[in-house]
Design a protein around this ligand. Structure first.
Ligand code: MTE
Length: 404
């Protein structure tokens, strides 16, 4: 029995931290097979503690208090939020800051647990723009600088909370949502039922679940999960330790450019005949995903089969683009409109055709992505104490099994 025993969970999700709290990622191949949108039962989950239990009465009386440096302090019920503001739906990929941490942990154990490369998922999120809510309460000009969110879960270091710069939060194009639905259905308990924040382009930890309060302030959130946990520290202990407590420059917000090879899987055995090994006749399609942060698009993915001597370009597909061409209105999902925004908040898929013989002969298959600001994944592992934003080159090795 755990405090979450009342929740029905998909047994196919891979648990990463024992029985409790629930932290899980889908099997990578299943995540990819489900395509651009991840169904809720396969969406990765990151919970720091027990999921708040919301019965009918709690739901009826659930409110979000908007307070602090604003002209009108307001406490919204869920219905009021729905009535007062335009309903919008956006496709957003959430990524945990620890995605790919397992790779570092096998080299040098970090403080965090072993995320594989499936610590990310994409959903259609429905709710209202945070910018519209802020516009309604009128932050005090000149004084208000940050927006602080707090969730209802009770944790040993106080409630879960994070903050955003007001200048970003007040901008609709940044796509920040107060969301009550995922893929057209009410949120699952693990994903923040009844209501959560969705912050596109930043680490998943910024998207506070079970939202209770929004405070407009002159300072950043002092929550443990804003200031202490999501840090990217130096590998050098002497520099890392003081920074752990004092240096706001180490706090992570935007995602860095990253990518993964999903086919073939690391260690997979590919069948290949002697003739194919020599002739290069049969092609294999390498596949995987890539993403970047801050609304930046990935503009390049490259593969090397000779440990970085030569690289070749992969084809990139942005399924999100189909939404860019449409303005869509629906009673439940509201407006779906990315036509006006330059920002891109979803993963893309890359592919490359390579003779199977060459794959089998390669010691290692290496991949990197570059984004539109020419940020590129680094060659080497940056060993950091928390192992966040693990985005060195993605590498897999395959074996060949000779067939007649
Ligand atoms: N919000 C609350 N209230 N409590 C949490 O434990 N975890 C955060 C974020 N929001 C968390 C939270 C982290 S670290 C991540 S990566 C995302 O939620 C994960 O969202 P998901 O579980 O819906 O995938």
């Amino acid at each position: 029995q755990t405090p979450d025993s009342w929740i029905r969970r998909n047994p196919e999700l891979i648990r990463l931290t024992g029985k409790h709290p629930f932290n899980a990622e889908p099997p990578l191949q299943q995540l990819m097979a489900s395509g651009f949108f991840t169904p809720a039962h396969l969406h990765f989950v990151r919970n720091h503690g027990a999921v708040p239990r919301v019965d009918e009465e709690t739901l009826r009386t659930w409110t979000i208090r908007v307070h602090g440096l604003v002209s009108h302090k307001v406490t919204f019920t869920l219905q009021e939020l729905n009535w007062l503001f335009e309903t919008v739906t956006l496709p957003v990929t959430l990524v945990c800051a620890g995605n790919r941490r397992k790779e570092q942990n096998v080299v040098r154990k970090s403080l965090g647990f072993d995320w594989g490369s499936a610590g990310l998922s994409t959903a259609l999120w429905t709710g209202v723009y945070l910018a519209d809510v802020l516009d309604h309460v009128k932050p005090l000009h000149g004084q208000a600088k940050y927006v602080i969110f707090e969730g209802a879960d009770v944790l040993p270091n106080g409630p879960y909370g994070t903050s955003q710069r007001l200048s970003l939060a007040a901008n609709r194009d940044k796509g920040m949502l107060i969301a009550w639905a995922m893929n057209g259905l009410p949120l699952e308990p693990d994903h923040g039922f009844p209501i959560r924040v969705v912050i596109p382009g930043q680490i998943g930890g910024r998207s506070v679940k079970w939202l209770r309060s929004i405070e407009v302030a002159s300072y950043e959130s002092n929550h443990h999960d804003n200031k202490v946990l999501p840090r990217h520290l130096s590998p050098d202990r002497a520099r890392a330790e003081p920074a752990w407590w004092y240096d706001p420059g180490y706090v992570i917000t935007e995602l860095s450019v990253n990518s993964a090879i999903t086919s073939p899987a690391h260690g997979e055995t590919l069948d290949v005949s002697q003739k194919e090994l020599e002739s290069g006749d049969r092609m294999y399609t390498l596949r995987g995903y890539a993403y970047s942060g801050g609304g930046r698009r990935v503009n390049r993915c490259e593969i090397s089969l000779d440990e970085g001597v030569t690289w070749f370009l992969c084809k990139i597909e942005y399924p999100e683009d189909q939404f860019r061409r449409m303005v869509y209105n629906d009673e439940v999902l509201g407006t779906l409109d990315l036509t006006g925004s330059d920002n891109s908040f979803c993963w893309c898929f890359w592919s490359a055709n390579v003779p199977v013989g060459r794959l089998v002969k390669a010691n290692v298959i290496e991949l990197f992505a570059m984004d539109e600001s020419m940020n590129m994944q680094p060659r080497d592992m940056y060993l950091n104490a928390t192992s966040m934003l693990n985005n060195w080159l993605f590498r897999v090795a395959v074996l060949g099994s000779e067939i007649e």
